[in-house]
Design a protein around this ligand. Sequence first.
Ligand code: SF4
Length: 296
Amino acid sequence: MARVTDRLPSNAPGDLYVDRSCIDCDLCRQLAPATFARDDRAGQSYVHAQPADDAARHRALMALVTCPTASIGMTRKLDTRAASRAFPAEVPGVPDVRFCGFASADSYGASSWLVVRPGGNVLVDSPRAAATLVDRVAALGGVRWMFLTHRDDVADHAAWRERFGCERVLHRDDLSAGTRDVERVIDGHEPVRLDDDLLVIPVPGHTRGSSALLYRPAGREAVLFSGDHVWADDDERGLDAGRDVCWHSWPEQRRSVARLAGHAFTHVLPGHGRPFHATSPAAMRDAVLALARAMA
Ligand code: SF4
């Protein structure tokens, strides 16, 4: 629960506020940019403008239920049920894929995604197993696979497995005490096919066992779920990666980025950082190669 006594002084006057427990995960700013902004000096979010209408209020409440640290609060009670039921939320321009919201502090507020497909849904990384979200995912067909991009974003994986009996997929090099019993272990550096439209691509670097998932629905643009390997750069016109959050090997991460140029896709949906949407697979390949050069 956010504490009004910890309300940041930068918040605009009004009901909605961010308190000092914010960990700067960026999700509120992605969901409700009309309401939330970043205080660069503090490295935290704040309410730069109170919601002006019902639509803005709904997006702000979606941010409130997504916040991994419950750092967003209100001084009067508002009904968050509609905002909770809005997840998994559609992703503009990316059919079949939904953003799960309900980020977990255990994964430092990483995004998780649901791919809704006839052959069985895929949950990419773990949101909080909140009852409302679990019910909404069940209504969309449940979870066939739970793809874990790397060791850091596994959060409530066991609860999702217990509820849906999904097959959890994780690279051997990122197994830990909490994930050693996952059902599908990926080995080596070669891509592994899960299904006709699903390809696991090992991308060691951020962690030793980081992997991406390539989803290529027939006749439509392909999507790369990149975990913490790559994400949009600051102006969202190219790709970026984080040397300061590279826990295993920066040279290996650069080689993994370069190898991505051999795969065709148009959208990147990451764990941390912002999504990146290219205009074509060729434009995405250019962005991948530009990032590989910049990392050298
Ligand atoms: S969602 Fe919560 S933790 Fe993340 S930036 Fe916003 S207030 Fe901070």
